[in-house]
Structures are given as structure tokens and as C-alpha cells.
Design a protein around this ligand. Sequence first.
Ligand code: ATP
Ligand code: MG
Length: 405
Amino acid sequence: MTGMTNSVTLLPGGRADSKAASHPEPLTLGVMGGGQLGRMFVHAAQTMGYLTAVLDPDAQSPAGRVSHRHIQTDYTDPIGLKELAACSAAITTEFENVPAPALRELAKLRPVSPGADAVAIAQDRAAEKAHFVKCGVPCAPYAVIESDVQLEDAISKDLLPGILKTARMGYDGKGQVRVKDAAALRDAWQELKQVPCVLEKMLPLKLECSVILARGRDGQMVHFPVQRNLHRDGILVVTEVYAGHLTEAIQQQSVSAARAIAEGVNYVGVLCVEFFVLQDDSMVVNEMAPRPHNSGHYTLDACDQSQFDLQVRTLAGLPMTQPRQHSPAVMLNLLGDVWFDTKGTMRLPDWPAVLALPGTHLHLYGKTEARKARKMGHLNVTGANAAEVRAVALKAASILGIEAF
Ligand code: ATP
Ligand code: MG
């Protein structure tokens, strides 16, 4: 791990060395990136008495708009980075495409978690898969494609039909092309401008799940219950977490694989690991996200601590306890599509009808422009039992025009 060691505990409500002072000065926690994950981190940090600073170039960024301080520069701008380091006692990230060199620069000045090394692995699908293999966790059969020779070699490797994914900068299914045969693969690589890619074999999925864990600097790990996720068109649409949603075996295997993956990179912070469960019940890891994750948003309303609370705790070096889910939960993602009626006209979703349903918790990210496939918010549904939350979530989905699940 590069940079300075994160050995000081950053106490809520004041400086560690000013406990005796009558007016302790609140500490600032910084975050690289101003999206919705940053916004929910900011909310959690502020709840615990910290001030917050967000670095994001966008004046309207969801996190920048609710943070005490918003440094509006590019992620690599030396002046912006210096300013963030100057005002923050420690710094975290909210999206994996924050340039790793910027994190390395920050780490020279302040504790940064997760570290640049872990983020760099998650930023590159080839490095990420190599890390999984190193940790003894199987992933989908794949080949790295960076040249015509490697492309032809991949064709001979029984990876088709497959998905060609850009090695870097992909999210929500972007930068991915499904390819049936060798000709389609060659075309797809042209379409992706011959950037470094990974070709993954298309697997017969039974279901998808993910694990969110938090690991402290001392190596202590806690984790949330395993989430069951439904994706459509490469985007997460529903997460369900309640008794019986996944077998014990799947839950145990995914937790132990996620722990091995975190330990293998000496991870500090909140980490999400996504898995595929195949038709024959075997499991492979899909990818990891070095931050809180969309599939963990139910923790805001269904658990005694949220994934963002744990991000604050790991960053500040505070104690962690194993989180407990107190309510069965379903999370519906609110994509921009929900803002359009069946004729394609934009209008506000019928929030009063949704909020009239019991156990609904609406989270909107403050994005001004609704676009199709853009994550605008999410709706958590909690209740007394699984049947009840599913029934309410299905009613909400029907009101919002989200396809049943
Ligand atoms: P994220 O927003 O999670 O970062 P992403 O753009 O990195 O998404 P992936 O997680 O690689 O995309 O893929 C998105 C979805 O596409 C998966 O959740 C899964 O539903 C489907 N998918 C991806 N790879 C495969 C595969 N090898 N076989 C079958 N389905 C796949
Ligand atoms: Mg994914």
C-alpha cells in the first residue's frame, strides 16, 4: 500500500487531540467523486458530526450539492487535489474510475481508503480477473484482447458466444458487446475502437448475487447479508434480501470468496463483490467495486447500519460491529425511464401513490435531468415478512411502470 499509514482515529465531533478543548473543531472527511454514492456517504458522515468535502467537476453533482464544501475541479487537477487534501482529515472514493495516480498523490498527504492499488485493480477487468485467480476464486472463462493476434487466439479458445467488455471505464453495461461468433467478435472489437478488452464466455445464469463487506485497517471484516440481484440490459433493477432468497451454500460461498478477495489486496474500506450463480448451482465471481454499491442501498432502511455508515467508520478508523438486517427488504432502482409515460412524454412519477404503500422509503439523488437508463434514485421497501415486501414492491413497480420481477 502506498502513502502514509492511516493510524489515527478520526473522532466524530472533534479532533482526537482536542478532546479536552471546550470547542472541538469538527473534522472533514473528503470524497473523490460527486455521484449518488458520494451523496449518501456525505449524508452518513454529516449524521456523525463530520464536515464533508467533495471533489467533482460538475457544479450540479449529487454529492457536491449537499456537501459542506465542493471543490469543482477535474479529478487530476493538482490544485483541486491539494485543496481536498488540505481540508480533509481522510479521503475516500465513490466511483472506481477515479484515476489511481490522483489517489496516490492524495495518499502522500492524507490517509486514503480504499488505497490506489485496490482501486487500480478494480479499474481494469484484466487485472481484476487476475486478482480473482490469485485469490483462488473462479471467474468466467476469459481472454485478454489487446492485439489482432490475441483476438484470433481468443477465437480458438471456446469463449463464444461471449461478451466483449472494454478493460477500463465500463459501468452499467456500457462498453460491452454481446458476440455470437468470430465475425461478430471481430466487428465488435472494431466498434470498441480496438481498446484493450476482455472477452468473457457467456454463461448460463440462474441468478446473480453480491456481497458487501467492510474491512478496517486492522484487517477486521464485517459484512452484510448476501443480496440477490436482477439485472436488465446490464443494469441493476431489483435487489432482494430476506430469509430464503438464496441457499445457505450460496451465501457461505459468496461471503468467503469476498473475504478472500478483500484480504488478497489488503483492502481497507467498503467493498462489493458480484457473483454469478450458474444453472448447475456452481458460482463464479463477476467483478468487484471498491466502494459502496447499488445492491447495498437496502441497508439504508433495512439494517442497523448502512453501507455508508461503514464507509465512514473504516475511513475514520472507528470500531465496526457486524451489521444486522432488521427487516426483509426489496430495493427498486429508479432509472430515468420511470419519468416517461408509455407515449414517451416526460412527467413526474406518481410519488403519492407509491408513498401510500406501507414500508416504502424514497431516495432521490437530486439529479435535475431524467434520462433513460440514468440512475435517478431508488425505492426501498421494508416490511414484516418476505411475502409482504415483495407484494408491496410489485405494486410500486406497477405504479412506476417497472416490469414485474
Ligand atoms: P456494473 O454497473 O455492475 O459495474 P458493468 O458494466 O461492469 O456493470 P458487468 O457486471 O460486467 O457490467 O455485466 C452487467 C450484467 O451483464 C451482469 O450483471 C450480467 O447480468 C450480464 N453479464 C455480464 N457478463 C456475463 C457473462 N459472462 N455471462 C452472462 N451474463 C453476463
Ligand atoms: Mg456489474
